[in-house]
Design a protein around this ligand. Structure first.
Ligand SMILES: Cc1cc2nc3c(=O)[nH]c(=O)nc-3n(C[C@H](O)[C@H](O)[C@H](O)COP(=O)(O)OP(=O)(O)OC[C@H]3O[C@@H](n4cnc5c(N)ncnc54)[C@H](O)[C@@H]3O)c2cc1C
Length: 335
C-alpha cells in the first residue's frame, strides 16, 4: 500500500480544483483496500473513495482524511453462453477502455456510454447514463467492501437500488467500496437508437457497433469539452423531475422548455433553464464559467478556485429558482 501525504487533489480530478488530501492511498488489490480502511480507522480520520475523479470536486480546503484511490485492474470473461456474456471487471479499470475491450470481444450494449470518463467502479455509483442507455441495464452484480460491517458483500442489480443518476452507493455515502462489477452483455448487436439525435445521425445507415460508438464519440466531442484540456466534471446539475402540475405551471410561463415523460414525472432540460432562463451560458466568474457550447457544463479555465465556483453555482441556482421555482440539484459530488 502506497501512502502519500499532503497530496494535491487538483491532479486527481478532471475539474482540477481543490486543496490537499492529508493522506492519499492508492490501492491495487482488495487487501490494500482493507489496509487503507484500517489506516483511516486507526488514525480516526474520514475516508473518501476516489476513482477517476470525473464526478468529484474538492474544495480549496482539501480533504482532512484519507483519500483511497481505487486502482484495482482486471477484466475476466466468466461465461459466454448463447447470446450473452458475463464479464467481471475490477473497479479501477478505465470505463471507456473497458467498452472498447468488450466490443473487441464481440460483447455489446454499452456503446451509447462511450467516452464517459472515469472508472468502472465509479459507473454504478451515479448509474451513469447517456443517449437513452443507463449502465444499470447491463449490471448483473456489484461486489463491495462494506466499511460499516467490515465485510465483503455482493449486491444483485435490485439490491443496488438504481435510479436516475443514483444508487444505494450514492445514497449511503462512503459506506460501500466497490471492488468489482459484473456485467451481462449481448453477443448479438442490437443498437439502442431511442435518442433522437442518434437516430437522426444514423438514419438510413447500416448501424454497426463501431459506427454507433464512433457516432457517440463524434457527438460528445462536438458538445463537451475535452477534460484533458479544460477542467470539467461534465453535466453539473441533474435534469429536474417535475410533477404534471409543476410542469403545467412552468409551461404556462415558458412554453418552449424541452421535457419528456420519465416514469410518473417529467424530466426538464436543466441546460435549457441555465441557457434561456438564467442566461448564464458562456458567463465567467473569475477562473471558472459556464461552457459556451453547453450550458449544463461548468468549466475551470485553469486557475479557478472553489470559492469562485461556489459563486457561479449560487448565481445559476438563484436565477433558475427565481424565474421557475425549480431548485437545481448538483449531479457532481462536492467534497
Ligand atoms: C467530460 C465529462 C463527461 C461526462 N459525461 C457523463 C455522462 O454522459 N453521463 C454520466 O452519467 N456521467 C458523465 N460524467 C460524469 C462521470 O464521468 C461519471 O459519473 C463517472 O462514472 C465517474 O467515475 P469516476 O471513477 O471518475 O468517479 P469519481 O469522480 O472518482 O467518484 C464519483 C463518486 O463515486 C464514488 N466512487 C468512485 N469510485 C468508487 C468505488 N470504487 N467504490 C465506491 N465509490 C466510488 C466517489 O466516492 C464519488 O462519490 C462526465 C464527466 C465528464 C468530466
Amino acid at each position: 500500500m502506497k501512502v502519500q501525504e499532503h497530496t494535491s487533489l487538483k491532479d486527481h480530478t478532471t475539474f482540477r480544483l481543490g486543496g490537499e488530501a492529508r493522506y492519499f492511498i492508492e490501492c491495487i488489490d482488495e487487501q490494500e483496500v482493507k489496509e487503507a480502511i484500517m489506516f483511516a480507522k486507526e488514525k480516526d480520520l474520514p475516508l473518501f473513495v476516489l476513482g477517476g475523479g470525473s464526478n468529484t470536486i474538492f474544495t480549496d480546503d482539501g480533504f482532512p482524511g484519507v483519500v483511497l484511490h481505487i486502482a484495482i485492474c482486471g477484466v475476466q470473461v466468466i461465461q459466454g453462453i448463447h447470446d450473452e456474456a458475463i464479464v467481471l471487471v475490477q473497479a479501477g479499470e478505465e470505463w471507456d477502455g473497458f467498452i472498447e475491450q468488450a466490443m473487441e470481444e464481440g460483447f455489446y450494449g454499452l456503446e451509447n456510454l462511450s467516452l464517459i470518463p472515469g472508472t468502472v467502479g465509479g459507473a454504478p455509483v451515479q448509474n451513469i447514463g447517456a443517449y437513452g442507455v443507463e449502465v444499470s441495464q447491463f449490471i448483473e452484480q456489484v461486489t463491495v467492501f462494506d466499511t460499516k460491517e467490515n465485510s465483503k458483500k455482493v449486491f444483485s442489480n435490485a439490491d443496488c437500488r438504481f435510479g436516475y443518476r443514483t444508487s444505494v452507493f450514492k445514497e449511503e455515502k462512503e459506506r460501500y467500496i466497490i471492488l468489482s462489477v459484473m456485467f451481462r452483455l449481448q453477443k448479438v448487436f442490437s443498437p439502442n437508437l431511442s435518442y433522437k439525435d442518434i437516430a437522426k445521425e444514423l438514419d438510413g445507415k447500416d448501424v454497426t457497433p463501431e459506427l454507433l460508438r464512433e457516432t457517440i464519440i463524434a457527438i460528445r466531442t462536438r458538445k463537451l469539452p475535452d477534460w484533458r484540456k479544460l477542467g470539467t466534471a461534465g453535466s453539473f446539475f441533474k435534469n429536474p423531475e417535475l410533477t404534471k402540475e409543476e410542469v403545467g405551471v412552468l409551461l404556462a410561463k415558458y412554453p418552449e422548455v424541452p421535457m419528456y415523460p420519465h416514469e410518473d414525472r417529467f424530466k426538464v432540460s436543466a441546460g435549457y433553464l441555465i441557457e434561456h432562463i438564467a442566461h448564464m451560458k458562456g458567463e465567467k466568474r473569475g477562473g471558472v464559467g459556464v461552457y459556451d457550447k453547453h450550458a449544463l457544463v461548468l468549466v475551470n479555465y485553469g486557475e479557478g478556485t472553489y470559492d469562485e465556483l461556489e459563486v457561479l453555482i449560487k448565481e445559476i441556482w438563484y436565477k433558475v429558482k427565481k424565474e421557475t421555482g425549480i431548485s437545481l440539484e448538483p449531479e457532481v459530488n462536492i467534497v
